[in-house]
Design a protein around this ligand. Structure first.
Ligand SMILES: [Zn+2]
Length: 425
């Protein structure tokens, strides 16, 4: 198919005007200002539309759409123990499937083409991903609250089963990572065994690290070291790791993350909502750490509008450092796209260039809240609303277009989630 008369955002930040982009199967096969001589499939007139790579949400718990706005105004430990854990005990795999589809629809609507997700109900999430067509790196969050051996710890067998059943399913649309929930929900034997297992099978790892001061202080009391130093000493960072949050880091922690090339998934809205703090991402950027952006689960966000997280990522660092020049929109856009691709270990996406996967979104900049669109990248990060996302394509297939979902029966999903809500609460 061919998109014509559009603007195209190139990886170097340049905007190509009156341009053409061709998609053949699942790849980008032409970008230029001359109409390609040979093209097949439908031709879309995309006048006034900007094509850019889809956003990558690198930390989510997608079935938590079912727990939207639960436990508001509580700190993380009480929010988890008093509200979230008791409700999660009531969930089942069918409900998790519906909640996942609702969350995926919400992400597609704000331009997300891939997400990294840690939760229970691996099969339900995997099936929702495959049915919807979105890309995802899914993992179970391995936990252990006693002296169980690795193979008996919760979510270990489920992690192995999920990996063997779904890793690289549908040509790599779905990848399975090894998730370790956190330091405070496991022990050194389990953490090391999970890390060794990830090495053995060549999987990425996904871990919550230093989300709260309490978590960090208690880790120091338990092990005499910070969560970052603890995981590093266990060899965990010899894997390809995405560390979610990283709000409470020492200078030594930052150096370890930089040296070990750990990607950090910054979740600004969740960190603010739960009162966890404001992560100093600028200091991580100065060390050359790969920073990407995550929504976290809906229960602490309280939506999956990724555009809000992008805007807040920029604003928080400017305010924190009293410097409007840091975290420019172009850098935040890179975090939302290329850096996310690196976090997910998906090097064929995150930028519009020849040969890359056709993971593309279209923003209609002839819009009330975007006109006059003088600085496109600034408008993208600071002024764009989900209603401006007119098309979301993943692997060459249009999944969302002009408010319509092509692979999700959204009315049915909304009806189902409403029904679940009445049973759950
Ligand atoms: Zn999380």
């Amino acid at each position: 198919m061919l998109f014509s008369n559009c603007s195209i955002l190139r990886p170097n930040g340049e905007i190509l005007e009156n341009a053409y982009l061709q998609v053949t199967d699942d790849k980008i096969t032409y970008i230029g200002t001359k109409k390609p001589t040979r093209h097949t499939g439908a031709v879309y007139d995309y006048t006034n539309k900007l094509l850019l790579p889809g956003f990558i949400n690198t930390h989510c718990h997608v079935p938590m759409t079912l727990l939207r706005s639960v436990g508001a105004d509580l700190p993380l430990d009480r929010w988890l123990s008093e509200k979230i854990f008791p409700l999660e005990d009531k969930l089942n795999k069918d409900w998790a499937f519906s909640g996942s589809l609702l969350g995926i629809a919400e992400m597609l609507r704000s331009g997300v083409t891939s997400f990294s997700d840690m939760y229970f109900f691996g099969e339900s999430r995997a099936n929702a991903v495959l049915e919807s067509g979105i890309n995802a790196n899914l993992c179970m969050g391995i936990l252990c609250f006693d002296d169980s051996p690795f193979d008996k710890a919760p979510m270990v067998q489920e992690s192995k089963d999920l990996f063997h059943a779904y890793h690289n399913a549908n040509g790599g649309q779905l990848k399975i990572d090894i998730g370790l929930h956190a330091e405070y929900t496991s022990n050194p034997i389990i953490a090391k065994a999970a890390s060794d297992y990830a090495k053995e099978i060549g999987a990425n790892m996904h871990i919550h690290i230093s989300e709260t001061k309490k978590e960090t202080d208690e880790c120091i009391a338990r092990h005499g070291k910070t969560p970052v130093a603890y995981f590093n000493d266990l060899g965990v960072f010899d894997n390809h790791v995405t560390a979610a949050h990283c709000v409470w880091l020492t200078e030594q922690d930052k150096q370890i993350l930089a040296d070990k090339k750990v990607s950090v998934a910054h979740c600004p809205i969740s960190n603010l909502k739960l009162g966890s703090g404001i992560a100093d991402m600028f200091s991580l950027m100065e060390k050359g750490i790969n920073i990407s952006i995550g929504t976290d689960g809906v229960a602490s966000n309280d939506n999956l509008n990724f555009l809000e997280d992008m805007k807040l990522t920029a604003l928080l660092q400017k305010g924190l450092h009293r410097n409007p020049a840091i975290f420019p929109a172009s850098e935040v856009f890179k975090m939302a796209s290329q850096n996310g691709a690196l976090s997910q270990n998906r090097m064929q996406t995150g930028a519009l260039k020849l040969g890359n996967q056709a993971d593309i979104i279209a923003i209609d900049y002839h819009s009330i809240n975007l006109l006059p669109c003088i600085d496109v990248i600034s408008s993208l990060v600071y002024a764009t609303l989900p209603s401006d996302v007119k098309m979301t394509m993943v692997n060459g297939k249009i999944l969302y277009e002009n408010g319509q979902f092509h692979t999700i029966d959204i009315e049915k999903v909304m009806h189902e989630v409403s029904r679940i809500g009445r049973k759950l609460y």
